[in-house]
Design a protein around this ligand. Structure first.
Ligand code: FAD
Ligand code: EPU
Length: 329
């Protein structure tokens, strides 16, 4: 039995029957018929109970860079740490990932939910994704357009795709860099900040708002921000004139889930050892030896109250893992 407490950032005491560290494409073992779960750093995964199977912990390392006249192409092993990669790219003078500083987790998990923050997402510079199929051993290079990236989504989250283990990710950055500063607090940086200034600002904001999972267990945003039709939004706005929204396209807007949760007064609410975070209510945190049942109770209560009051369905962003695999909230 393997204790999983240090393998997921929520820190619940759970175990797995076995854990295999994958250090290269060739080291993917023969697998039995039991449940398996592909794991990076567990920063978007909550193990709710003992897992009756094998954890495949991806630890493939290595970074290499090639270049064309116009672009840098960076090939990264799936087990590399995302934030360390962002720092290293900045040091090399390869710019474009600075808005995604301080996102926990591995490079291999970054395409799964198309990680995003502060106006950029992985899809902006993902070139291709190498993956191996755990049953057939087929190795396939998914070009970015095949990954069907969208907000917190990619082809890898869809039916049948969880048997693909990502082994490398290729990123492509234009040498002619243009900073992106149109998200919230970054606007104050003015028209021409350096990549280092954007990086430093993002790190500062994130440290103020988000609990460090090394100190307080959490998995970042527990829920996704819901998309509403323009007409649904208009109805809500007549009753709550201050409700914020980000335009997605002509027919949809994205409303911060944090606003719904905040408006309902959940900030600081606790169930057992789990708290709805004071600075960022979209984050549920394990502040004092919380139990999985406490987390589920608080998350279900938030989901139910948001549905009752606003008619909006919140979907969880985190992966909840039960005894044999993913479970619903
Ligand atoms: P894990 O939790 O280990 O896995 C997540 C999912 O990916 C699982 O379904 C797993 O099976 C799958 N997976 C992992 N590795 C592979 C692989 N090699 N091949 C195939 N499938 C794989 N996310 C954002 O997008 N933006 C943010 O700003 C952000 N901020 C966060 C802040 C905090 C404090 C925390 C704790 C989390 C935050 N997150 C954010 C969520 C998290 O950092 C990302 O989802 C990250 O990509 C997860 O990486 P991981 O290696 O820890 O993934
Ligand atoms: N808000 C409130 N009350 C609060 C906090 C926020 O009403 O206490 C409202 C405000 O209107 C604010 C808005 O929510 O403008 C957005 O807040 P914030 O900028 O903190 O971002 P978010 O929408 O809550 C998303 C991502 C984060 C990402 C940030 C920055 C999702 C689910 N979450 O959060 O990603 O870091 O934007 O881009 O999309 C994660 O995925 O784990 C994650 C942390």
């Amino acid at each position: 039995m393997i204790n999983l407490a240090s393998y997921h950032t929520f820190g619940f005491q759970s175990s797995a029957q076995s854990l295999v560290e994958i250090e290269s494409l060739k080291s993917v073992p023969e697998l039995d018929d039991g449940p398996q779960y592909v794991l990076g750093d567990g920063s978007n995964t909550v193990f709710l109970e003992d897992f009756e199977g094998t954890i495949l912990k991806v630890s493939i390392k290595g970074v290499s860079v090639s270049e064309t006249d116009t672009h840098y192409v960076v090939s990264v092993g799936a087990g590399e740490n995302w934030h360390r990669l962002v720092v290293w790219l900045l040091e090399q003078g390869i710019y474009g990932a600075e808005n995604l500083a301080l996102i926990p987790g591995t490079v291999g998990a970054s395409p799964i939910q198309n990680i995003g923050a502060y106006g950029r997402e992985l899809a902006d510079f993902c070139h291709s994704v190498e993956a191996v199929h755990l049953d057939t051993r087929e190795v396939h290079l998914y070009q970015a357009q095949d990954c069907h990236f969208s907000y917190r989504d990619s082809i890898f989250k869809h039916a049948g795709m969880h048997r693909w283990m990502i082994t490398r990710v290729q990123l492509r950055f234009p040498k002619q860099w243009q900073g992106v500063t149109d998200y919230g607090e970054l606007k104050s940086l003015g028209s021409n900040p350096s990549a280092r200034e954007i990086f430093d600002t993002v790190v500062k904001i994130r440290k103020q708002k988000l609990p460090d999972p090394q100190v307080v267990g959490n998995a970042g945003s527990f829920f996704k921000n819901p998309y509403l039709s323009v007409s649904e939004y208009a109805v809500l706005k007549t009753r709550w004139p201050t409700i914020p929204a980000f335009v997605v396209n002509d027919t949809q807007v994205k409303v911060p889930a944090a606003w719904f949760i905040d408006t309902l007064g959940f900030k600081g609410k606790t169930v057992g050892g789990i708290i709805c975070h004071q600075q960022q209510p979209l984050v549920l945190a394990n502040f004092h030896a919380g139990e999985p049942q406490d987390l589920l109770q608080l998350a279900r209560e938030i989901k139910q109250r948001v549905s009752e009051e606003f008619g909006v369905n919140l979907e969880n962003e985190v992966r909840l893992i039960g005894a044999r695999g993913a479970v619903e909230l």
